[in-house]
Write a protein that binds this ligand. Structure first.
Ligand code: SME
Length: 163
């Protein structure tokens, strides 16, 4: 690892550590899902660089429905298995897409988006929904983002009523 790569990776780790501390304090006095999801998105959207969209899709009646988000208006319903969100919901694992234009079935909501990461939200073995982040930068999300965001989602689940 070069010195530059090391400093970039250290600062990303620091950013996720800071975000996790801030999320724990932001959600500490409230357990309502919509309220906490809205503040969770706002904090991340205004802290992380190079994002053009972040939001929740909530699992209801066998589909994903648009929940609290930051960014431009987005598609409302996504079938399980469709697009990046539906794929992450189906396999119940994080999906990282370096170039959304090469992802079969990608659902384009904002033409500015070039890369994407979707983290499933699972509580007591039930799929509650997914967290979706989009970026105009190709290859914006890496393994460190995956780990960092999975920790943030875990803090959200712990501090929020998910049923
Ligand atoms: N691109 C997503 C759809 C949601 S938007 O990005 C907000 C997908 O392919 O599932």
């Amino acid at each position: 690892m070069t010195k530059l790569e090391k400093s970039i990776s250290t600062s990303k780790t620091d950013l996720y550590r800071l975000l996790n501390t801030q999320i724990k304090s932001l959600l500490a006095n409230e357990r309502d899902f919509i309220a906490n999801a809205a503040n969770f998105c706002s904090l991340i959207y205004h802290t992380m660089p190079d994002l053009n969209w972040i939001g929740f899709y909530i699992h209801k009646n066998g589909k994903l429905f648009l929940g609290p988000f930051q960014g431009k208006p987005a598609c409302i319903r996504i079938e399980i298995g469709k697009g990046v969100c539906g794929k992450a919901a189906e396999i119940q694992k994080t999906v990282v897409v370096e170039n959304v234009h090469e992802f079969p079935g990608h659902i384009a909501c904002d033409p500015q988006s070039n890369s994407e990461i979707v983290i499933p939200i699972i509580h007591e073995n039930d799929l509650i929904g997914v967290l979706d982040l989009d970026s105009p930068v190709l290859g914006r999300f890496d393994a460190e983002d995956q780990t960092g965001l999975e920790v943030l989602v875990q803090s959200f689940i712990t501090l929020t009523d998910c049923t």
